[in-house]
Design a protein around this ligand. Structure first.
Ligand code: ZN
Length: 308
């Protein structure tokens, strides 16, 4: 496969204040790992602009206006207890959305087969009308909206393997039968949502709650349901909310995946993508807070994306 990596300088300039786990160093850590992959099929692109109407369609005009007014000229502004913005955060937040739009366009135009967007801020906790959990715009949700609106797709799947439940993505698509949202996450845990009985208006939500201490084997056993649901739904495009915080060394959670498990997981998803959607996958960074663990895990993830 040809895999395109999208990233931007603004992702590193987004300052969340001293000691914040969602720190700028996450980006160079992942990039430095990927630079060690000796493949000619790994291509790198800078992020270009997009039509912000897709943010309005995903969130709302009111929310976009509120967020645009919240970025400070200097210092830090708290959008909630742990979602912090500063001078360069606006550019970073817009670039994060751009990355998934650019990645989708590149795949639809057959410039490359799949893509991984290495961006900050992450997105999956951002609800329709609420920034939270380090997230400002729900990047993956804007990507799914873009696929429905611009490319008129009828079935888009979002698989979220971040260790936290993507309450924002679930909130945005709870009543949208064209979008299947699947999330595996530690439960009960932040943000509190994600129980198995939250299934969406059209049975279009699948939550896989995992107890603290879940091992790799238990994780993959639970994923049989995920693969069945994807095979049954037959999405035309698969978006991944790629958080690497289910790693055993992550400081914010208690699931015990090994770095190489992200290779295994990605390969399984790719087998399904080959059968149902002509390999179309865009993966976008969510969480992952141990810099060494995210470097290794993201490298395994991309090595899997590159394989046929
Ligand atoms: Zn997370």
């Amino acid at each position: 496969m040809t895999t395109c990596i999208f990233t931007s300088d603004s992702s590193v300039q987004h300052d969340t204040g001293p000691g914040h786990p969602e720190c700028p160093g996450r980006i160079p850590s992942i990039i430095n790992g990927l630079k060690k992959i000796p493949s000619k099929n790994l291509i790198w692109k800078k992020i270009s602009s997009f039509d912000e109407k897709y943010i309005k369609l995903t969130h709302s005009e009111k929310y976009l206006k509120k967020i645009n007014q919240s970025f400070p000229i200097e210092g830090l502004t708290f959008l909630d207890g742990d979602t912090i913005v500063s001078k360069y955060s606006k550019k970073a937040a817009y670039d994060a959305v751009s990355s998934i739009i650019n990645a989708i366009d590149g795949i639809m135009n057959k410039e490359f087969d799949n893509a991984f967007c290495i961006i900050r801020p992450p997105g999956h906790h951002a609800e329709k009308e609420q920034a939270m959990g380090f997230c400002i715009f729900n990047n993956v949700a804007v990507g799914a909206t873009y696929l429905l609106e611009k490319y008129k797709l009828n079935k888009v799947a979002i698989l979220d393997f971040d260790v936290h439940h993507g309450n924002g993505t679930q909130d945005i698509f709870y009543n949208e039968k064209k979008v299947l949202y699947i999330s595996s996450h530690q439960f009960p845990f932040y943000p509190g949502t994600g129980s198995a009985d939250e299934t969406g208006k059209y049975n279009n939500i699948l939550n896989i709650p995992l107890k603290a201490g879940t091992s790799s084997k238990e994780f993959f056993d639970s994923y049989k349901k995920v693969y069945d649901k994807l095979n049954e739904f037959k999405p035309e495009f698969i978006l991944l909310s790629a958080g690497f915080d289910a790693h055993k060394n992550d400081p914010l959670a208690n699931i015990n995946l090994e770095s190489k498990d992200y290779y295994t997981l990605t390969r399984e998803i790719m087998k399904i993508a080959k059968l149902v959607c002509g390999n179309k996958i865009v993966s976008i960074l969510e969480g992952g807070y141990n810099l060494e663990a995210i470097q290794e895990s993201a490298k395994y993830h991309v090595e899997a994306l590159l394989e046929i």
